[in-house]
Design a protein around this ligand. Sequence first.
Ligand SMILES: Cc1cc2nc3c(=O)[nH]c(=O)nc-3n(C[C@H](O)[C@H](O)[C@H](O)COP(=O)(O)O)c2cc1C
Length: 226
Amino acid sequence: MDFAPSQTDPAHTCQHPPVFDDAFFEQLIDLFRWRRDVRRFRTDPVPQALVEELVSMATLAPSVGNSQPWRFISVESRERRQKVIEDFNLCNAEALKTYEGERAARYARLKLSGLREAPIHLAVFCDMETLAGKRLGRLTMPETLSYSVVAAIQILWLAARARGLGLGWVSILHPDVLKKTLDVPAEWQFIAYLCLGYPQEEHEDPELVRSQWQARLAEPGRLLHR
Ligand SMILES: Cc1cc2nc3c(=O)[nH]c(=O)nc-3n(C[C@H](O)[C@H](O)[C@H](O)COP(=O)(O)O)c2cc1C
């Protein structure tokens, strides 16, 4: 797969503000529509420079007080990946026990991670004690720090799709096991475990819709007025 790095250094600045025309907006909507949570990956390698580009893009995200609390770990060791897979299997079995009958059978059929196939594993944390941002915006809502990390993940997700890569978010994990497995500082909160790779398939509808787990909810009435 060809990959040409672009002007993605977050420090890069345009001389003039760009004009986003209608054609760009149409493409942006396509990007939103065709972003998927991917669990079926091809095993082709992903260039390291591409992973770095995506993480770099993610750091353009908004963050409370400009605290930039995101911390990304590329999980490469076979032993560590194996521990994550074992914990996923355990958590998934625990989750299965919470369903009964037809719903349990349906849950058991779902593919809920691409941990074995994905060439890239990224664990994402939030540094809850970062001094950056000088506490601005966090006094009454300390959770805004972790919201900022989710904002970064969303950029990474869309940038990955724009580069032809799929991303799968795995949350069926014990955060404390993950922190221990990856040996991270105590003050880092686990936010997400991301699988990245080239997708086997492209779809406009979510896998959980296709597998009749959860349909998309009806559009009208989402924006309330007070
Ligand atoms: C916070 C979060 C956690 C998620 N955890 C999982 C997970 O553990 N396993 C999984 O298969 N999908 C997971 N997903 C993906 C969702 O199932 C998916 O986003 C949803 O079904 C809609 O599909 P789409 O992302 O393709 O639009 C997660 C998504 C989010 C935002």
